[in-house]
Write a protein that binds this ligand. Sequence first.
Ligand SMILES: Cc1ncc(COP(=O)(O)O)c(C=O)c1O
Length: 381
Amino acid sequence: MNRPIYFDNNATTAVEQSVLDRMIPYFTMEYGNPSNTSHVFGWAADEAVQIAREQMANLLGADPQGLVFTSGATEAINHVIKGLGKGRTSGHIITAATEHKAVLNACEELESQGIETTYLPVDQNGQISVEQVKAALRDDTFLVTVMWANNETGVIQPIKELGLLLKNHPAYLFTDATQSIGKVPISVENVDFLALSAHKFYGPKGVGAVYIRPGKPVIVLPQLLHGGAQERGRRASTLNVPGIVGLGAAAEVASACLESGYREMKAQRDRFESSLLASFPDILINGGDVDRLPQTSNITFKGIRAAEMMAEIGRIAVSTGSACTTGSGKPSHVLSAMGLSPDEAAGTVRFSMGRHTSVEEVNEALDLLCAYAARNQPVSI
Ligand SMILES: Cc1ncc(COP(=O)(O)O)c(C=O)c1O
């Protein structure tokens, strides 16, 4: 049977073959423990980890010493938010209503300690403004946490401008850049912390990193996991060497094809959206008026149950607006925050294309969607 068309790259991506090739020897030949400095197996593994750290840092314009490898973005996010909140019984965090649940739930967890959170509302395109953050800042605000780009809509937030705003305030700026790595240029220039996950940019699952700005003034975060002295004492546990090698290799590939990938994916997405508009004239392209990731189309098909439409079509793997984040069947909190009604959210599909999405796949998806539209035209009497 023909494999379905994969338009769910914001959920996860395939591991790039060249990335897998680089990882394999670290399972079978170079399987040393990088903490073991007494023989060549340990040295080889340690060298591979340091190369990966540099590859990842290059993509972010970061000092490699600022990176700590984790099991993914969720761990990185929990480390920063709960780490900064540890031991506090008061204080204030600013975030946005459309953040990933890892951020929202970590903030909620701190509220039980007495910390307050402001969840900024977004505009109809899903963006917050610098002015909103400025107005919400308080003397006791210790953290502003805003994602670089949204996982459901691809909408990009004004991170650089927030960084400039916070130059005059002691609050830290943290960005969850999980969806933007490898899709748009990312820099840590204006942020104190950043979270990422390899499987969103053609690396393996189960590995990610947190960037913690090194240098002065020194940022003190409690140790993430207690035990050995790995990651300069920040996170104990034997390093996932093959995974880390894969993360670094994926970052290197992403650096090399960032510009061409952006252009090609955006051209595919724009063609996809304009062809859809021809068949479904009253679709909404959520976030369509602002800067967004080049391969994410979040589309509301008015009057249509998206899950039913995609089930009937069958061949296109996507996420639908009622279950993007939790599989709970509740309307997506992102779409609700953007002002969509529960019915509109239920009519929404996230199509997330990828680096390897072909013209033929886009054409086939369009044919299937347009045929569905033709079968389901409202009948005029
Ligand atoms: C924006 C964003 N943040 C965080 C995460 C969590 O990443 P992981 O599951 O790799 O920990 C995801 C995954 O969907 C995401 O899209």
